[in-house]
Ligand binder design. Structure first.
Ligand SMILES: Nc1ncnc2c1ncn2[C@@H]1O[C@H](COP(=O)(O)OP(=O)(O)O)[C@@H](O)[C@H]1O
Ligand code: SF4
Ligand SMILES: [Mg+2]
Length: 320
């Protein structure tokens, strides 16, 4: 049986701005196994970041968690209990964001910042000695970086320093939110290969959030695909790539270049949040060539099909 470390069930989030309420995350579920690299993919603005932040108790102001629960290491809590989630997950979960260079303190040397993260972790360690170990883990030579300030190192090196800080607590789960977006392609690949190795060697699970499907496809075994605050399809990556079911997944895959079999790329038409607001619907309906009035009447539930879950009326059994 799968060894589930972290799961989200029915997470629903509204934004409330100027008295206007808008559902921006609509009943999403996913589960991550211990030690796996899991992909969460979708175009910009589809709700990946707010979903993951709310699932660890860090919903931003202006957002209201309406429903759902989050389980970590066997303990489940209602997602509305944001303070409880922070308490439950803060020891076992670390976060990594894009643009580490901007996130590091420009007035403190990078070794000091890793040392501080170790001291804050509350583990019984010798922080001075462990800083060196952590630098080695993230592939940096401590002697070359000791005493350097963030502006004196490259973007890729800063991302590795941020990773050393994130690893200081020995997390069971790392949520990496587009960690390579600000990097050049070579550094991006290097960092992702490194993350994949970390998963294997440390048995640490990673949720890799990305807007680029081809990136995730090289490193993750399973993934969820989000569109306008809804998960549209999730499951084994190879199965989904070989035979995408949801029209949005098909569109995303058709837009990925394939060097082995060059073909015409098909762009997805329309934007994520177009279409009618405030009704229960498949939120891909305004972009979907197969849409019928049924798709505007409700959000299709998850349908288990050939090793994955898909939310689309095309796969619903028609009652005899
Ligand atoms: N604090 C907030 N208050 C209200 N709306 C927000 C807030 N943060 C993000 N949003 C909205 O939620 C949607 C999803 O945002 P986000 O999770 O950042 O997308 P992604 O990470 O997939 O690019 C966007 O439409 C964004 O405008
Ligand atoms: S539910 Fe309807 S609109 Fe949504 S993807 Fe399926 S066919 Fe298209
Ligand atoms: Mg984001």
């Amino acid at each position: 049986m799968a060894d589930v470390l972290f799961s989200i069930e029915g997470l629903t989030i509204d934004s409330v701005r100027g008295g206007v309420r808008r559902r921006i995350v609509d009943d999403i579920s996913l589960s991550v196994e211990r030690g796996e690299l899991y992909g969460l993919v979708g175009e910009s603005g589809s709700g990946k970041s707010i979903s993951m932040m709310a699932s660890v108790g860090l919903a931003a102001s202006g957002l209201e968690v309406m429903a759902g629960s989050v389980a970590f290491s066997g303990r489940a809590l209602p997602a509305r209990n944001q303070r409880g989630l922070r308490g439950n997950l803060s020891r076992g979960v670390s976060l990594l964001f894009q643009n580490a260079k901007g996130a590091l303190n420009p007035f403190k040397t990078v070794d000091r910042q890793v040392e501080r993260a170790l001291r804050r972790s509350g583990r019984q360690t010798d922080p001075r000695a462990e800083v060196e170990v952590l630098f080695r883990v993230v592939g940096l030579n401590y002697r070359d970086f000791r005493g350097k300030y963030p502006h004196q190192i490259s973007g890729g090196q800063a991302q590795r320093v941020a990773m050393a800080c994130a690893l200081a607590t020995e997390p069971a789960l790392l949520i990496a939110d587009e960690p390579t977006t600000a990097l050049d392609v070579t550094t991006e690949r290097e960092l992702l290969r490194f993350l994949a190795r970390l998963c294997e060697e440390r048995e640490m699970a990673i949720v890799l959030i990305a807007h680029n499907l081809s990136l995730v496809s090289e490193y993750c075994r399973r993934l969820s695909i989000m569109h306008a605050g809804q998960v549209v399809e999730s499951g084994n990556l190879k199965t989904i790539f070989a035979d995408p079911l949801h029209p949005y997944t098909r569109g995303l895959i058709a837009a990925v270049p394939d060097v082995d079999q060059p073909r015409e790329l098909v762009p997805l038409i329309g934007n994520v949040w177009g279409g009618p607001e405030g009704i229960e619907r498949c939120r891909f309906s305004h972009r979907c060539q197969f849409a019928t009035p049924v798709c505007e009447a409700r959000h299709p539930p998850a349908i288990e099909r050939a090793g994955r879950a898909v939310h689309c009326v095309l796969y619903e059994e028609v009652p005899a």
